[in-house]
Design a protein around this ligand. Sequence first.
Ligand code: SR1
Length: 349
Amino acid sequence: MKYNLVRCAIGLAAFAGVAMSAGAAFADGIAGAPAPFDKGGVKVALISYISAGDFFQAYQAGAEAQAKALGIDLRIFPGRQDAAEERDQVQQAINLGVQGIIIDHGLPESLKDVAQQALDAGVKVVAFDVNLENPKIPQVEQSDHELARAALGQALADNGTSFTAGYVYVAGFAPLDRRNEVWEETKKANPGIVEKARWGVVNDTTAASTADQTKASLSANPDITVVFAPYDEFARGVKLAANELGIADKLKIYSADVSTADIQEITEPGSPWVATAATNPAVVGAVSVRAIALLIAGQDPGHQIVVKPTLITQKDLIDNGIKTIEDLNTKLPAFGKSDAATASWIPAN
Ligand code: SR1
């Protein structure tokens, strides 16, 4: 319900062509915090390349909660997978007079110069999952190498070192490119893994589009038994296709990311989605806001800010009766919080 309301508000803001404010009371400062947080009124923009899907909605919700706790007026610019629009939004945010900008995903080539313009205007910048190759811009990431190693380690444990695989990948997204490095390494170390087909798409209906592509790839390659789909929207698409083709019992899917809806899909009887490696995206959103807050306060969050992923298997979820993200937070405390980019003056959200 809350997500639906937020989604609706994002839609209206997008329609009006303006950034949406996260809606906290911003006037008061935080006692004992460094300037400007001691007086309040700090304005930050969150500019996303993708807003649709569970991962990005939870990321945004986590960012909003942490912003509220810090008294930050968070202006949210919705992402529509449009590089030109994202670029414009960075310029709009500079013109709005924000003190900080969080750039969440995007295409580096269309963002590097506008990010530099922000820095030149005295605006602090943090990037999540987009490598802007700028020593002044800290990079938040989920340790994608570790994440891919965890998911693929489970694939090897379940299927041995020889199997016929399908792989879902779209180049150009920093997290997917990092996960791809591990996929290439894994194939090299295990020559018995044969990648028979590769496909993938990122758009505003990624799961449905991936399902269409998967149906074609799996129909043409019926010997594929394992699919590495390291983004939950990809994994949902592969699962949908496997169900529609009636081959769910012959396939195993290994992914990245997790949400309550994903947990339901993974634990459904006969689900081919057997493991995922993930962070809590709301925690990553909160870490991104803390990082920009530290920069605005003149403190150093570090250049590489990493939120560690956890391997989550279908078996663990079923055996432990885990049905929601909140259950995961309770049962795996390391999943539900991160000590990245913290300071004594920053309130927990
Ligand atoms: C299109 S990139 C999708 C990935 O971004 C975030 O890193 C999530 O983990 C998701 O898998």
